[in-house]
Write a protein that binds this ligand. Structure first.
Ligand SMILES: [Zn+2]
Length: 279
């Protein structure tokens, strides 16, 4: 979190709020937030913001002449719109960007992990975008889902940004619940019908997610962003389709939520960490 729908809607709000504004300055507030040194952020000062886009989970701020700034919020990063700009340095602050018209954007991070970051890219540079797989909603990824014999668990695949970009653990849970597929299923063993369900669910869930995110206003300040999920983070809550209590399983250092009736043929998935202890 936040994933492509949150970041896409945030990019749209940021563009609507700042389009045509000039970057007047910046204050780096965290030690490790800036991931590039050349060109320096000063190269963007005095430039007009031409637009804000999104690629994977990155915001892409376009300052013309192929000069761009990327912002990645990672798990716990948030963005405040400030009007007028503040002088504060909240805990976890990363950077404050000051724009014309008495506006500023504050990037900050909850918790103790320091993973949110920003990059300044010059002409032709792609920085961290180079390693990313195709966008989740692209035809290229749909075709890959229809044909791949990848043996990894499908939940792992959806979260791997080198395979497909923009999906994280939240929408991965919701997509697999919509597709009625086990998070432990692999493409290798999936039927044509199951693959088509996965493609359809991916498109539906992300499109609906974007519509819900477009209802937000301002930045992305809220501590918790999970209120829009169907099953993610909702262990013990009745499945909206069949009423069975949703289950969770610990997997790759996080929790996956699923419905045993809708997704795993009634089977409760073994928690590998626990079963290893039991053996
Ligand atoms: Zn169910």
């Amino acid at each position: 979190m936040p994933e492509a729908p949150q970041m896409q809607a945030l990019a749209e709000r940021l563009e609507a709020w700042l389009d045509g504004a000039t970057l007047e300055g910046y204050t780096a507030l965290g030690f490790s937030g800036l991931k590039t040194y050349d060109p320096p952020p000063d190269a963007l000062v005095g430039r007009e913001l031409r637009g804000v886009g999104r690629q994977a989970k990155y915001l892409v701020l376009d300052f013309g002449d192929d000069m761009r700034m990327l912002i990645h919020l990672s798990q716990a990063g948030r963005m405040d719109f400030e009007n007028p700009p503040k002088q504060t340095k909240p805990k976890g602050a990363v950077v404050r960007l000051k724009f014309s018209g008495e506006r500023a954007v504050l990037v900050r991070e909850h918790g103790t992990e320091r993973k949110a970051g920003w990059w300044v890219l010059g002409p032709g540079e792609v920085g961290p975008l180079e390693k990313l797989g195709p966008e989740a909603m692209s035809d290229e990824f749909a075709e890959w889902l229809r044909t791949s014999t990848d043996g990894r668990r499908v939940h792992t695949i959806l979260r791997d940004q080198r395979t497909v970009s923009g999906v994280g653990r939240g929408y991965a849970d919701d997509i697999l619940h919509r597709a009625k597929l086990s998070p432990y299923a692999s493409l290798k063993s999936m039927s044509t019908d199951e693959r088509e369900r996965l493609v359809a669910a991916l498109h539906e869930v992300l499109a609906e997610g974007l519509e819900r995110e477009r209802a937000r206003e301002g930045g992305l300040s809220q501590n918790k962003l999970g209120e829009h999920f169907t099953v993610h983070g909702k262990r013990g809550v009745p499945c909206p389709d069949c009423g069975t209590d949703l289950q969770r399983v610990s997997y790759e250092s996080h929790e996956v939520v699923y419905c045993p009736t809708c997704q795993t043929g009634g089977k409760v998935l073994a928690d590998r960490r626990l079963s290893r202890l039991v053996k």
